[in-house]
Design a protein around this ligand. Sequence first.
Ligand SMILES: Nc1ncnc2c1ncn2[C@@H]1O[C@H](COP(=O)(O)OP(=O)(O)OP(=O)(O)O)[C@@H](O)[C@H]1O
Length: 264
Amino acid sequence: MLIVENLTKRFGQSTAVDAANFTVEKPALIGIIGRSGAGKSTLLRIMNRMTDTTEGRILFEGRDVLSLTGAEKRGWQSDCAMIFQQFNLVPRMDVVSNVLHGTLSKRSTLATMFNLYPTEDVHKAIDILDRLGIAENAAKRAEALSGGQQQRVAIARALMQDPKIILADEPIASLDPMNAQVVMDALRRIHEEDGRMVVANLHTLDTARRYCDRIIGMRAGRIVFDGTPEQLTAGVARDIYGADASFNEGATSTAIDQPIAVPA
Ligand SMILES: Nc1ncnc2c1ncn2[C@@H]1O[C@H](COP(=O)(O)OP(=O)(O)OP(=O)(O)O)[C@@H](O)[C@H]1O
């Protein structure tokens, strides 16, 4: 269904993504881990067409998505909605309008100028907010919400596009452990209940192990691990992070209960 083939991105002399290959047969929640600068964000940005690739292809349902232009490219960008660490909401705008922003590309310029939304879209937005447990905040300004609530608004905005894939770039990196858990629970549910693929860059191993079906480890642009949480042993994790024996993954834990035990 999704085939990433020999994907390479160079910025001048440095290679951010180095011949990345992986295939996803059926929707899954996939975590991408690796130290800062490993190429995780660049990989997601290439998938969403925010950044052009230097080499390689991405096929989704048989279509070569990196060669799409114009309306087809925008259609692909709706199919793989992106959420970000900093939520990227309009702070002074109310929550529902932020969610309705997810339909912008489908509305006419005039409707956009006058902030006109079809009633069914407003109802859909409120239903999605309700599903994410934040409908009571619909009329508030986005900036009045907690970080975890704002990230759920960003997820609602993404869902408004009815995407097949959700790409999440460090979705919980700015959140406290409790909110991080609420947001990861929401992403997990969206995958399980809707059958959407979720690909999330995650900065903590315990989150990746706990929530993901599959984990991809990147080091210096290369995919150095691709397997299940069970296969991600402490030794493998050390290798991904290029750390020595003193590497203590529990120190970066975001778990609110005890960090999950690491298989030896
Ligand atoms: N627009 C750019 N111009 C030049 N170099 C870039 C650009 N974007 C990323 N890079 C470089 O590419 C490499 C990979 O960066 P990337 O942001 O993808 O890593 P990351 O794993 O997501 O790290 P982080 O977790 O810190 O965001 C880094 O060396 C980075 O400096």
